[in-house]
Design a protein around this ligand. Sequence first.
Ligand SMILES: *[C@@H]1O[C@H](CO)[C@@H](O)[C@H](O)[C@H]1NC(C)=O
Ligand SMILES: *[C@@H]1O[C@H](CO)[C@@H](O)[C@H](O)[C@H]1NC(C)=O
Ligand SMILES: *[C@@H]1O[C@H](CO)[C@@H](O)[C@H](O)[C@H]1NC(C)=O
Ligand SMILES: *[C@@H]1O[C@H](CO)[C@@H](O)[C@H](O)[C@H]1NC(C)=O
Ligand SMILES: *[C@@H]1O[C@H](CO)[C@@H](O)[C@H](O)[C@H]1NC(C)=O
Ligand SMILES: *[C@@H]1O[C@H](CO)[C@@H](O)[C@H](O)[C@H]1NC(C)=O
Ligand SMILES: *[C@@H]1O[C@H](CO)[C@@H](O)[C@H](O)[C@H]1NC(C)=O
Ligand SMILES: *[C@@H]1O[C@H](CO)[C@@H](O)[C@H](O)[C@H]1NC(C)=O
Ligand SMILES: *[C@@H]1O[C@H](CO)[C@@H](O)[C@H](O)[C@H]1NC(C)=O
Ligand SMILES: *[C@@H]1O[C@H](CO)[C@@H](O)[C@H](O)[C@H]1NC(C)=O
Length: 651
Amino acid sequence: MRLSIGIISLFWATTVLASSNSRFFKRVNNTGYELKKGPLDTPWTEEVGTDPWPEYPRPQRQRSDWKNLNGVWQYRNASDGEIASPPFGQDLGQSVLVPFCLESALSGIMAKWAIWSWYRTTFEVPSDWNSDNRVLLTFGAVDYEATIFVNQKNVTFHRGGYFEFTVDVTDYLSVNGTNELVVHVYDPTDKDLIQIPIGKQTLEPSHIFYTPCSGIWQTVWLESAPISHVTQLDISADMEGNVNVTVHASGNQTSGPVDITIYEPGSDEIISVFSGESNSPFQFKVDSPKLWSPDSPTLYNLTVELDGGKDVIHSYTGFRTISRGEVDGVQRPLLNGEFVFQFGTLDQGYWPDGLHTPPNKEAMVYDIQTLKKIGYNMLRKHIKIENSLFYRACDELGLLLIQDMPSLRPSVPASTAPCSENLRTKNEEVQKEFERQLDLFIEQHKSYPSIITWVIYNEGWGQEKKRELPELRLTDHIRSLDPTRLINAASGWDDHGAGDFHDNHHYANPQCGTPFYSTPSTPYDPKRIGIQGEFGGIGHNLTAENLWKVEKAINEINGTYEIDATLEHWNYRAHILLSELRDQIEKFACSAAIWTQTTDVEGEVNGMLSYDRRILRPDLDQWKADIQALYDAASARGGRNYTMVQVQTGF
Ligand SMILES: *[C@@H]1O[C@H](CO)[C@@H](O)[C@H](O)[C@H]1NC(C)=O
Ligand SMILES: *[C@@H]1O[C@H](CO)[C@@H](O)[C@H](O)[C@H]1NC(C)=O
Ligand SMILES: *[C@@H]1O[C@H](CO)[C@@H](O)[C@H](O)[C@H]1NC(C)=O
Ligand SMILES: *[C@@H]1O[C@H](CO)[C@@H](O)[C@H](O)[C@H]1NC(C)=O
Ligand SMILES: *[C@@H]1O[C@H](CO)[C@@H](O)[C@H](O)[C@H]1NC(C)=O
Ligand SMILES: *[C@@H]1O[C@H](CO)[C@@H](O)[C@H](O)[C@H]1NC(C)=O
Ligand SMILES: *[C@@H]1O[C@H](CO)[C@@H](O)[C@H](O)[C@H]1NC(C)=O
Ligand SMILES: *[C@@H]1O[C@H](CO)[C@@H](O)[C@H](O)[C@H]1NC(C)=O
Ligand SMILES: *[C@@H]1O[C@H](CO)[C@@H](O)[C@H](O)[C@H]1NC(C)=O
Ligand SMILES: *[C@@H]1O[C@H](CO)[C@@H](O)[C@H](O)[C@H]1NC(C)=O
């Protein structure tokens, strides 16, 4: 029953083959790819090669017959309107390494203003796949709009830069041999005041806003599945052992039989097989499960068999309960019924070589392990969504996640300031699309045990305030989609009482669950959980060697809240700020805090790690002691004593 994932290496030749339409086209020439020299690299940049991200990309719904399409594709810059005449059968002239953002050095393009783009490649369906099955083509994420053509047929369109989409391409495949795959991408980012969910991306990077990411930035792959197959698996498991599952299946039948086998952690031993029907929720119970927590991140493997094993997928879950309750008169977030103080970093997920895409999995996991090593038990994934393997790594290594929805552009250029309010509040289409993508955001990520909180808005960015207060309604809506987590409706600034948290942002010192506050934040509301969604942010400059070597970014380093001359000074300041936070945990109602930030990013020099991950700023002994003191202060207020655990190796 164990899944063995075979990585099918891509094999390219230069032969000329016929397509189904008996048009002739050349296979893609992948010899033209060259890693570009970007403003800064990482220790992993040179290791990427031309077979990037070879891992099976979707750990929550693994199938054994799959083929990775990452690698060298063709690329051409396009213009508005070109979508009407796709370059079928043409050599696009440039080579791009998929899945790296067109703006990144690793893509081999380092594009500026990649608004309209063409991608082209060819693929073969492995001949040993069951010919009665369907062939599914999946894109992990394409920023922002993608139109997919297979053998000259428009097979699907997708909008939204952070989401996975799948299309059944079986009916468009050539009878024998090579298939042509052409992708048209439109990514306006913040061009012409267009408002779409983009997080920190901007076409004109400046200080806290960064280089955009356009095009294919997550793994592209094929897999083989029967006509009636699992299209989505919603699973949640609580501290009592109750499991709630919905197996979504394709096909005409409204439901079909489903069998779920759960295994003992770390072994092949079957705990039990539970049965239900597809396309509607069903529940079962596992007796006395080992619970998931950041200091003991136990996961249970499971397999889902649809229609008596016609479709088999491998997945996993973790048993844990997230709730809210009063502990000694204070509203607290509870993990498995206990208050555990959450201490995390603001985590942007940017890389100097790959931008939105980490160079490889090892690099991605290095960030998580570094945070655990310092003593953090949480991170706030800031207005960005990562690939599925990131969430899997947090599930497996034990890190709590506060996950932000990528925000709309926060403001417009100063020259148009008078209409900024109008642009922000009057465009109902913008709001509607934001809400459509908010649903995708929840639906595609609600089965990861590590995610404990959803954040709707950050610091008022894209947050409508005049016509209505959408977060009141959106909080109820998210609660109906996912009753198993807490909701932070407004992280910083414009709080109107929605959600489970009152979240203050303040630099450099914290104001966590205190009566003190600074505009535009509001006073602490004792009816909800008090947290510090952002603080710290103190900087320490580096020599050019470890900086993002872009003149504008370097000139804007002085925009950092505070720059300490030496690392010794920086660590001393951190000690003062963490001591102040501890004081607030002891005296007030502080339940979680987020230090800005995991790494430096472009012109920001305030990370635990430098942007290239080569410099670690914290004095580890001092930070570990200061952070343990936070957990201890919380446990003295009725919390569970969270103990830092040794970082797991061999992941
Ligand atoms: C492939 O592309 C490279 C660089 O663009 C070029 O030098 C080479 O001749 C091409 N090879 C083939 C077989 O077309
Ligand atoms: C694409 O072409 C447009 C129009 O010529 C240009 O403004 C833009 O910079 C080009 N982008 C890239 C990535 O080459
Ligand atoms: C491609 O098909 C989608 C429907 O799947 C449609 O919305 C879109 O307009 C089509 N695009 C083109 C260029 O035909
Ligand atoms: C071509 O396809 C047909 C039907 O799909 C199959 O019967 C035949 O064996 C294939 N030939 C080759 C050379 O793959
Ligand atoms: C199971 O999950 C669904 C949503 O996926 C939810 O509507 C339902 O209330 C849950 N049932 C239980 C018993 O928790
Ligand atoms: C659904 O029914 C139609 C018409 O009978 C059939 O062509 C199609 O293959 C069926 N689809 C699935 C997924 O069973
Ligand atoms: C789950 O299965 C995978 C193989 O699919 C294995 O590598 C992993 O160790 C298993 N995890 C647990 C917790 O048993
Ligand atoms: C930071 O360091 C860089 C490179 O050494 C230097 O060019 C820049 O002026 C410094 N900025 C500040 C604000 O210290
Ligand atoms: C940073 O330095 C630049 C000159 O390099 C200056 O124009 C700008 O006002 C300074 N910004 C701050 C926040 O001090
Ligand atoms: C919490 O656990 C740590 C490590 O075991 C210990 O040093 C500390 O004294 C404990 N604190 C409390 C308040 O129990």
